[in-house]
Design a protein around this ligand. Structure first.
Ligand code: NAD
Length: 377
């Protein structure tokens, strides 16, 4: 089958997420990397794109030049990934969708709820494929958890506990380092620090696995390093539409926690837990039973977990191949072979609504606040 063609905005040399997208998009032979505006610095972006094998006439200096250049081509890219800093996602994603391109946007999809609603509307009107990179939802064993919940193996879900807490900004002496400081500066990061950066991944997983959406929440935010304006730690209690009790802890000052994303789901007849640092295992116990450790690749898992596992049992696949799983389903959707199982603009919007609700709640000393986007109330 002929490869689809793919381009990237952002993800330049030395960026954190750029390599995972390049590995992910190309891992299964679905996409050829043919165009990019990879860097905030036009010359650096052009030069780096060419070292990655992109032809000079498709190594663009900025995203507007790329949009204009690709729009004119008969062999225009089939998909663009937006992997720039957060505040630029809205205008780039909107512009490419409106020009008829399929888009994968990094999280957070937008900075405001209004922008999020706009992307939902534009994506729908465009008829294009649009996804948001909540890539942890594409780990095979996360899909196994979702399938088990949907199959009723835990009974009615009572409680979900999600954490995304690491300790990499815990050094007060490093708080003024520009690479760290901007994350807690409202002028650069918007209304929220850690909740918008990492908390939304954990909250998305909670909804994804339970199949239920956050309805209300109560938040406590803290800037444990006093020079920080935005929060470096947040505890959020929430309730879903279906009445599940939710707990979310997200932090950047939890020294000793590394990546720190994990999730626990408890139903009337069983409990599950998974951590991104050991993504091949899910711990499962039935009420009154013994602990079982389910392993990626073993017999008896649900098809939706099996189909996203490529290497033999006990061999780690890991983060870039979780990102690749998003691209597998994007390729199928773009080719019209399947609807595609990936996070959507509605998920991106729900996250933004939850972030803004959490900010409002924290300012109101934890008042319970509607966390749904107005368009979904
Ligand atoms: P980064 O600062 O490491 O890299 C950003 C890259 O974008 C740089 O190469 C920079 O030169 C380039 N850039 C900046 N402005 C640009 C512009 N206007 N046009 C073209 N290129 C531009 O950032 P990062 O950590 O890679 O994060 C990028 C995005 O990915 C963020 O939105 C972040 O939230 C998201 N992210 C997601 C995950 C995930 O798990 N899904 C993980 C890490 C980062």
């Amino acid at each position: 089958m002929e490869k689809l063609s793919w381009g990237m905005v952002g993800g330049g040399e030395g960026s954190q997420i750029g390599p995972a997208h390049r590995m992910g998009a190309q891992a299964d032979g679905n996409f050829a990397f043919v165009a990019g505006a990879l860097d905030a610095d036009a010359d650096k972006g052009r030069a780096y794109a060419q070292t990655l094998g992109i032809a000079a006439d498709r190594a663009y200096g900025d995203w507007r030049e790329m949009l204009a250049g690709e729009t004119q081509r008969e062999d225009r890219i089939d998909l663009v990934t937006v992997a720039t800093p957060n505040a630029t996602h809205f205008e780039i994603t909107k512009a490419f969708l409106e020009a008829g391109f399929n888009v994968l946007c990094e999280k957070p999809m937008t900075m405001t709820v209004e922008e999020g609603e706009e992307i939902v509307r534009v994506a729908e009107a465009s008829g294009r494929v649009c996804a948001v990179n909540y890539c942890y939802s594409a780990y095979p064993m996360v899909r196994q958890m979702r399938a088990m919940v949907a199959d009723g193996e835990l009974g009615k879900i009572r409680l979900v506990v999600a954490n995304f807490s690491h300790g990499h900004h815990a050094d007060a002496a490093d708080a003024d380092n520009p690479r760290v400081r901007w994350r807690y500066d409202p002028a650069m990061a918007g209304v929220s620090g850690q909740m918008a950066d990492c908390g939304i991944h954990a909250l998305h997983l909670a909804s994804f696995i339970t199949g239920d959406e956050v309805k209300t929440l109560s938040a406590d935010f803290a800037s444990t390093i006093p020079s920080r304006v935005l929060e470096d730690d947040a505890m959020v209690n929430f309730r879903t539409e279906g009445g599940i009790v939710g707990r979310l802890w997200t932090s950047t000052v939890a020294i000793g926690r590394q990546h720190g994303l994990d999730i626990q789901v408890y139903g009337e007849t069983g409990g599950l837990r998974w951590a991104s640092e050991q993504p091949n295992q899910v711990y499962y116990q039935k009420l009154g039973g013994r602990m079982e450790i389910m392993e990626k690749g073993e017999a008896g898992l649900f098809d939706e977990a099996q189909r996203l596992s490529r290497v033999a049992i006990a061999h780690p696949e890991g983060f870039p191949l979780a990102v690749a799983n998003i691209y597998v389903d994007l390729a199928a959707a773009i080719r019209g072979q399947a609807k595609g199982d990936f996070p959507t603009p509605s998920d991106g919007l729900r996250s933004m609504a939850a972030v803004h609700a959490a900010v409002a709640s924290a300012k109101a000393e934890g008042a319970w606040t509607d966390a749904r986007p107005p368009m979904f109330r």
